[in-house]
Design a protein around this ligand. Structure first.
Ligand code: HEM
Length: 335
């Protein structure tokens, strides 16, 4: 599919979701469906799908140690090992993994290749913007997610207040403007523009690449609109979310349709998550190029499913066909 069609399909799908929620929860009054039933279904799909994908990965055979080695392997005592880039024990793996998951270290060191001087020279350069935008998006998503705990816990936990006061530090608007709201929207927009502007990235982009970006932009935009412009009844939202936690199917009236659009997009995100590229969240931990210690020189790793294979050696072969071979002048070892 060409890039323009991919964008149209993905954007169309997200807009369709918005319309479904607006009509369903607004005009048709199906608040119970959009406020309670779909959220439960989405959580079930998320959990079941997530566990299924992890179990499938865990069942894949990994007979040998295949970690990516980006530095000196543990060797003779006087040769300095690069413990993070070529870990040989569990602690090293833990350190390397933590830097990867928390700071996207491999992406930080990623380079981009460019043809310069009229396509004569291939030049490698650093590509820190992708790293910065990726990191900014993931961290702000986490902060926004954690801040939402105020809707799901009574009393509101102290760390949520702390996050809110840091995040709303500038106190520009009423309610206080959250810096993370601007960063998450900015980062997602950059990630989209990058996909469209860079020809080599555009060429490999599919609807499955644009859909999560538009979906996340939809979630964040509806959230921002709810907080700063078209206010919804937050105490009613809290009643609903506390009700979801206690499995009571009660949906307060008059919350506002924008909230149901927000929630429906979030439900879609959760249900879609395990079956999409977003599963890299679980996959990073299951990757044998990252989660294994490189102790190939210290320990002999035997393929666990090696079994006695019936072989036919050359000696046996010659024994069987010697006469035939001699008759055709094929040289033999034993005359
Ligand atoms: C992946 C999950 C979610 C994301 C990324 C998300 C994102 C956002 C964002 C960016 C905002 C703008 C204000 C802020 O940053 O707090 C927001 C507001 C809001 N969200 Fe979400 N949201 C999510 C899940 C939910 C869920 C599950 C609910 C309800 C049960 C919800 C209800 C609300 C409400 C009521 C507001 C307005 C808050 C206010 O007026 O202060 N969100 N959301």
């Amino acid at each position: 599919m060409n890039p323009v069609s991919s964008i149209v399909v993905a954007l169309g799908a997200v807009l369709l979701l918005v319309v479904i929620a607006a009509v369903g929860a607004g005009a048709l009054g199906l608040e119970l469906v959009f406020g309670a039933i779909l959220p439960y279904l989405a959580i079930v799909a998320f959990l079941a799908g997530f566990v299924y994908r992890i179990v499938q990965w865990a069942k894949s055979p990994v007979p040998f140690r295949i970690p990516t080695s980006c530095g000196q392997q543990e060797s003779l005592p006087w040769i300095k090992q690069d413990k993070l880039d070529n870990p040989s024990c569990g602690w090293g793996v833990l350190g390397r993994m933590a830097l990867e998951v928390l700071f996207f270290r491999s992406l930080f060191r990623n380079t981009k290749a460019e043809l310069q001087d009229g396509s004569k020279k291939l030049v490698y350069g650093s590509d820190k913007w992708l790293w910065a935008a990726g990191l900014a998006f993931h961290w702000t998503f986490l902060v926004v997610f954690l801040r939402h705990m105020r809707l799901f816990a009574e009393p509101v936990p102290g760390f949520v207040h702390l996050l809110e006061s840091f995040d709303g530090f500038f106190q520009i608007t009423v309610p206080a403007f959250f810096i993370t709201d601007a960063i998450i929207l900015g980062a997602l927009t950059y990630l989209f523009i990058r996909r469209v502007v860079l020809p080599e990235v555009r060429a490999i982009s599919l609807p499955a690449d644009f859909f999560p970006l538009f979906l996340l932009l939809g979630v964040a935009t509806t959230g921002v609109l709810m907080r700063y412009i078209f206010k919804v009844d937050i105490s009613a939202v809290k009643k609903l979310s506390m009700g979801l936690l206690s499995f009571s199917f009660s949906v307060p009236e008059g919350i506002g349709v924008l909230f149901y659009i927000h929630l429906f997009l979030v439900c879609t995100l959760f249900a879609y998550f395990p079956f999409s590229k977003l599963m890299h969240m679980g996959g990073v931990f299951m990757s044998p190029t990252r989660n294994l210690a490189n102790n190939n020189r210290k320990v002999r790793h035997v393929n666990p499913w090696d079994y006695p294979v019936k072989t036919h050696t050359y000696d046996e072969y010659e024994e069987e066909f010697r006469k035939l071979m001699q008759s055709m002048d094929i040289p033999v070892e034993k005359e």
